[in-house]
Design a protein around this ligand. Structure first.
Ligand code: HXC
Length: 277
C-alpha cells in the first residue's frame, strides 16, 4: 500500500471492496467523517458529502476524490442538517448524480463546553437539533434509497452508521447538551436496527473516544492535556482518524453483515476507566 494510504486506512482492507457503492455522509466536511469517507472512496466507493459551509464541502470533496483515479465525490454545502427538506434534496441530488445510496453516515455535530447552570434552553436545543434531529433527518432522507439498494444488491448495501460519543456512558462535565443528544442518537440507531433490519438495513453507532486531530477533541481537551488523558486510556494513546476509518470500513464491509443495532466504541478502552471524552 502506498505510504499516503497507510496513513488513513489499514492495509487489512482490499482495494475495490466498495466498487460501485455510494456513501452519503452528513457532517462530511468534518475531521472524523471526511477521514471515513476518504477511506471508503480509496477502497472503491463514490461519495456525497454534505456540510454547512459550501466552499469547505466542495474543497474537502475535491481533496477526497484525489485518493483514487476516477472517484466521484460530490460536495454539497449550505446544507443544515436541522432542515429535513434540505437533506431530502441532498439525498435526491446524490442519487441523480451517483446512481444510488448504499451507505449513509450521520455525522454532523455541534458542541461547546458550558456549565449546566449557564446553558440556555436555546443552547441545549441547538445541540440536540444539530446532533439528534440532524441524525434523524439523515436517516429519514436516506432510508428509502438504502432499502432500495439493499433489495437490489447481492453484496453489502443498505447500511447506516451514526457517530456518537462515550460521554453519555460515563457522564462528563460541561457537555450536558452534547451527551444528551448522543444518548438519543444511540437510541435512534437501535430503533432503526429493529424496524429496518427486516427491510435489509443495518444500523449501528460508532462511539469515538478522544481522537487526535479533531475539532471535537481540540474543543473538549485543554491544549497540552492530551498526554495526561492518554495515561487514562488503556491503549495508552489518543485515537486516530485512521481508527475511525477502519471502524466505518468494517461496518460497511461484507465482514459487518450480521452486525446490527450495536454500538462500536472506538476509544482504546477509555470509557471503562472514566478516561473518555
Ligand atoms: C454557551 C453557546 C456557545 C458557547 C453557542 N451557544 N456557543 N452557549 N457557550 N460556547 C449558544 C448561543 O448563545 C445560543 O443560545 C445557542 O447556543 C445557539 O447559538 P448559535 O450561535 O445561534 O448556533 P449555531 O450557529 O447554529 O451553532 C453554534 C454551534 C456551532 C453549535 C456552537 O457553531 C458549532 O457546533 N461549532 C463547533 C463545531 C464542532 O466543534 N464540531 C465537533 C463536535 S465534537 P442563546 O440562548 O444565546 O440564544 C462532538 C463530540 C461531542 O460532537 C462529545 C461530547 C458530547
Amino acid at each position: 500500500m502506498a505510504q499516503s494510504a497507510a496513513k488513513f486506512v489499514s492495509s487489512a482492507w482490499q482495494k475495490g471492496i466498495f466498487d460501485g457503492k455510494v456513501v452519503f455522509c452528513t457532517g462530511g466536511s468534518g475531521d472524523i467523517c471526511s477521514a471515513q469517507v476518504r477511506a471508503l472512496v480509496y477502497l472503491g466507493a463514490n461519495a456525497c458529502i454534505v456540510g454547512r459551509n459550501k466552499s469547505k464541502a466542495e474543497s474537502v470533496a475535491r481533496d477526497i476524490a484525489a485518493v483514487r483515479p476516477g472517484a466521484k465525490v460530490l460536495g454539497l454545502g449550505d446544507a443544515d442538517v436541522r432542515e429535513a427538506k434540505v437533506l431530502e434534496d441532498a439525498a435526491r441530488a446524490c442519487v441523480d448524480e451517483l446512481g444510488s445510496i448504499d451507505f449513509a453516515i450521520a455525522g454532523a455535530a455541534g458542541n461547546f463546553l458550558a456549565p449546566f447552570l449557564q446553558l440556555s434552553p436555546n443552547a441545549f436545543r441547538t445541540i440536540v437539533d444539530i446532533d439528534l434531529i440532524g441524525a434523524f433527518n439523515t436517516a429519514k432522507a436516506t432510508a428509502p434509497y438504502l432499502i432500495r439498494s439493499s433489495a437490489a444488491s447481492k453484496g453489502a448495501s443498505g447500511r447506516i452508521i451514526f457517530i456518537s460519543s462515550t460521554t453519555q456512558y460515563t457522564g462528563r462535565h460541561l457537555v450536558t447538551h452534547g451527551a444528551s443528544a448522543k444518548a438519543g442518537i444511540d437510541a435512534l440507531s437501535a430503533q432503526l436496527a429493529i424496524e429496518l433490519g427486516p427491510r435489509g438495513i443495518t444500523s449501528n453507532v460508532i462511539a469515538p473516544g478522544p481522537i487526535a486531530g479533531t475539532e471535537g477533541t481540540r474543543s473538549l481537551l485543554d491544549a497540552g492535556k492530551a498526554q495526561e488523558v492518554s495515561k487514562h486510556i488503556p491503549r495508552g494513546r489518543l485515537g486516530s482518524l485512521k481508527d475511525m476509518s477502519n471502524a466505518a470500513v468494517y461496518l460497511f464491509s461484507d465482514a459487518g453483515d450480521f452486525v446490527n443495532g450495536t454500538i462500536l466504541v472506538v476509544d482504546g478502552g477509555a470509557w471503562r476507566t472514566g478516561g473518555g471524552s
